[in-house]
Design a protein around this ligand. Structure first.
Ligand code: CUA
Length: 355
């Protein structure tokens, strides 16, 4: 009877183990993962020089660990099965020994050698990843805010938020810092994770391989909406990147009456106090995200919603509902029709057009 009572907890533990394993696999695959490492935020599918260095060390250590696990768990399993209570009657207890110099030398030497095999490439990887790029890179500043990312391009005179555009094949030098609490800048497929600290800057380098979309995530708990502090990196061809820069520098050119009314509301509803839109007079606020060239953005609300008119209206009207704790406040409430006009204005083609 005593044995019976254990089946429940054992079964529960087994189920919990499967759930845990599933969560681990899902974590590795990331968003949209349809197979191992297929996700946009995968930690095991590098798409840059820097991410590949990390992946090489990670793979080496993982495979050595898998080997150790198989040997150790295999021996344990043999011992557990062979000497289990029910079978013990038929098996003689092996010779009991105490102290064996040869065995002790082996189990000291083997782990030491394995550790050297892991330590040397890890050491090399750290130095390779930390070496500044040889050719001149594109400088970007990634600034953490509760709960969104600001991206500044000091050499190009462009500022944007939450979606980082970078050209493929060119070294990118990201300087991170924060204006409030500690955040952590992390693009799993592209770059090493690096803290964004208030009062001190850090730098990270990488050269993206090819055009594509890569999600990132704030990786340091930073308050209520930490989990909603995402970012999207768009690796462009160099030509597309230059065109994006030009579009982002240009003011929106509202073409419809709705969008034109939206421009008036953007000032009348005091949105301009917190937000900048490149080339729009009066819209020079720096507390909230820069909204230049919203037309080109794939996502809104720090990459948690797709950039659709419906989502934008909802986000404008109910920021705290979309992102709990969001610091965005509406100084003057807007109704749904007004939010629609604002959305139409914000997503207007910019002056140079051609998306
Ligand atoms: Cu910012 Cu977590």
């Amino acid at each position: 009877m005593a044995r019976q009572t254990w089946t429940g907890p054992v079964r529960a533990a087994r189920h919990a183990l499967w759930v845990f394993a599933g969560a681990l696999v899902a974590g590795c695959m990331g968003e949209g993962g349809s197979r191992w490492g297929g996700g946009l935020q995968s930690t095991i599918r590098p798409e840059s020089d820097s991410a590949r260095i990390i992946q090489e060390v990670y793979a080496l250590v993982t495979w050595i660990d898998v080997g150790i696990f198989i040997v150790v768990a295999g021996l344990m399993l043999i011992a557990m099965i062979r000497y289990r209570e029910g079978a013990r009657k038929n098996v003689d207890i092996p010779k009991q020994v105490h102290g064996n110099t040869l065995v002790e030398i082996i189990w000291t030497a083997v782990p030491a050698v394995l550790l050297i095999f892991m330590a040397v490439p890890t050491w090399q990887g750290i130095f390779r990843a930390a070496a500044p790029p040889r050719s001149e890179g594109l400088r970007v500043e990634a600034i953490g805010h509760q709960w969104w990312w600001e991206f500044r391009y000091p050499d190009l005179g462009v500022v944007t938020a939450n979606e980082l555009h970078i050209p493929a094949g060119k070294p990118i030098v990201v300087k991170t810092y924060s204006i409030d609490v500690i955040h952590s800048f992390w693009l799993p497929r592209l770059a090493a994770k690096i803290d964004a600290l208030p009062g001190k800057s850090n730098e990270v380098w990488f050269t993206p391989d090819a055009p594509g979309l890569y999600y990132g995530q704030c990786a340091e708990f930073c308050g209520t909406s930490h989990a909603n502090m995402r970012m999207l990196t768009i690796v462009d061809t160099p030509e597309d990147f230059d065109a994006w820069v030009e579009r982002t520098k240009s003011p929106p050119a509202p073409a419809t009456p709705e969008a034109q009314e939206g421009q008036g509301l953007f000032a009348a509803k005091a949105c301009v106090i917190c937000h900048t839109i490149s080339g729009v007079p009066g819209a020079v606020g720096v507390i909230g995200p820069n909204l230049s060239n919203l037309k080109d953005r794939h996502t809104i609300a720090s990459a948690i919603l797709k950039n659709t008119p419906e989502n934008l209206v909802r986000w404008i009207q109910h920021p705290q509902q979309v992102k709990p704790g969001a610091l965005m406040v509406l100084p003057i409430p807007v109704d749904e029709a007004e939010a629609g006009k604002l959305a139409a204005f914000l997503t207007s083609e910019t002056g140079v057009g051609g998306n």
